[in-house]
Design a protein around this ligand. Structure first.
Ligand code: PLP
Length: 490
């Protein structure tokens, strides 16, 4: 078996007796120690035998096969794959941060606690909320935490009968999943013809069973909810709460605040908006921020400040308890803090302006090439449809995405949001220059031309990548994630 393309794996390069590293002789204490028989290996471990240069080449070659925002354009809608300045990496790696231990006494943790406390306060100022927790590890984890807060709030008020959560059909899949997992009944709201939530659609659900509504604003179509203030007024009047999925905050930060729109609970994706790359299953942080009314239920411990000292406050009788082992993904939180300090309030607004300007520039330039199901200004992302292309020449959104790989560009998100058929969801982010956007438009133009004149080229794409088009259904159902010396071995 070979690796992708003609790329032999380390085991295949192995030659008996070849060595790349020699261990230093053990010191006398270790040499004299005898491992109990039961712990000793019965057979050699079978590691590949290689020289140092072979190992170095292997990993350098592998690294050249992975794509990232440091290599090129990455317009993966909803994921905000923007460039993250390297200074944040350096700050997160300062020994004063990396060497602390979460179980150290509080006196030795004053620096990091001060940072976490100040970060929470800054995120509250940006969102218009009162206090929060930094514990959740991802957006979905924040949503789940927020839904638990809803439950605790209603339980305290003796309103356990409030079990319905309204979620628009354009929402990220994690929204209904989180609400369901927290024990709520999810009611799907159909988007209006304009792609937003309509007051008529929520009207029948405004009763004593309503727990609340989960909204992403701007939504996953990149559209700002024009009736948000009225939605908020009506949901509150019916006794419900509003949850803000802030994964798209990069469109409005420094411009509009969920707290001012009437939201009660907000989560942010620091790993999209504030200095940490999103995607690849990497570390994230989904802080949850709340209004005063929900503050007592926040996870314990709270990072509090009293008489000039910071402490971990566990004395929280109404808290939903811990939602993470310790205090969150500290490295991601430090990066976010560094990002906020570096940009300042003006920088944050400028970042939102850049994200929205870039998305609208692409919307204007790409509208002639593919269908734009929801015309008009968008916020930070735009959704196109390849439906016409599919009807005319049998080329799908998937084919367009695969062909982009041949041009060395990461494709947009496809087939999401579900309300658009053959969707291509493009989020250029604020990091891209006009020249970079123009180059993307040129490439999209060539691809659409090829789709009409030579559709087989698109159906066969990608042809210039080390791995060609894979059977995605098979890959999902029967993933092969372990190398075996003998492939027939189970
Ligand atoms: C709108 C929206 N909500 C929620 C999430 C979930 O965030 P996470 O992937 O961190 O769980 C995402 C992820 O990209 C998102 O785009």
């Amino acid at each position: 078996m070979s690796g992708a393309g003609d790329f032999p794996l380390l085991f295949e390069r192995s030659r008996e007796g070849r060595v790349g590293y020699r261990f230093p002789p053990p010191d006398t204490g270790v040499a004299g120690a005898v491992l109990p028989e039961s712990l000793r290996r019965k057979a050699p471990i079978g590691l590949p035998a290689l020289s140092e240069v072979e190992v170095v080449r292997h990993y350098v070659n592998l690294s050249r096969r992975s794509y990232g925002v440091d290599l090129g354009f990455y317009p993966l809608g909803s994921c905000t794959m923007k460039y993250n300045p390297k200074i944040e990496e350096q700050v997160a790696r300062l020994p004063g941060f990396t060497a602390v231990h979460p179980l150290q006494p509080e006196e030795g943790l004053q620096g990091i606690l001060a940072l976490l406390h100040e970060l929470t306060a800054r995120l509250c100022r940006i969102t218009g909320m009162d206090w929060g927790t930094l514990q959740p590890f991802a957006g979905a984890h924040g949503e789940f935490t927020g839904m638990k807060l809803f439950r605790a709030y209603f339980a305290k008020r003796g309103e356990q009968g409030r079990t319905k959560i309204l979620v628009p059909d354009s929402a990220h899949g994690t929204n209904p999943a989180s609400a369901h997992l927290a024990g709520f009944e999810v009611v799907e709201l159909r988007s209006s013809s304009a792609g937003v939530v309509s007051l008529d659609e929520i009207a029948p659900h405004l009763d004593e069973r309503l727990a609340g509504i989960m909204l992403t604003n701007p939504n996953t179509l990149g559209l700002f909810e024009p009736d948000i203030l009225e939605i908020s007024r009506r949901v509150h009047a019916a006794g419900g709460l509003l949850y803000y999925d802030g994964a798209n905050l990069n469109a409005v930060m420094g411009k509009a605040r969920p707290g001012d729109m009437g939201f009660d609970v907000v989560h942010l994706n620091l790993h999209k908006t504030f200095g940490t790359p999103h995607g690849g299953g990497g570390p994230g942080a989904g802080p949850v921020l709340v209004t005063e009314a929900l503050r007592p239920f926040l996870p314990a411990p709270d990072i509090a400040s009293r008489e000039g000292r910071y402490l971990l406050d566990y004395d929280r009788p109404d808290s939903i308890g811990r939602v993470s082992g310790f205090y969150g993904n500290i490295g991601v939180l430090i990066r976010a803090y560094a990002y906020l300090l570096a940009l300042g309030a003006d920088g944050l607004s400028a970042a939102s302006e850049g994200a929205v300007l870039n998305a609208n520039y692409l919307r204007e330039r790409l509208a002639g090439l593919l269908e734009l199901p929801y015309p008009g200004l968008c916020k930070h992302e735009l959704v196109l449809s390849a439906r016409r292309l599919k009807d005319e020449c049998g080329v799908t959104a998937l084919d367009v995405a695969k062909r982009l790989l041949d041009y060395g560009i990461h494709p947009p998100t496809i087939y999401f949001p579900l309300v658009v058929s053959e969707a291509l969801m493009i989020e250029p982010t604020e990091s891209e220059s006009k020249e970079g956007l123009d180059a993307f438009v040129e490439i999209m133009g060539e691809i659409v031309r090829d789709a009409r004149e030579n559709p087989s080229l698109l159906r066969a794409a990608p042809t210039a990548t080390p791995v060609r088009r894979v059977d995605e259904v098979l890959a999902a159902r029967r993933p092969i994630v372990r190398w075996r010396r003998n492939p027939s071995e189970t």
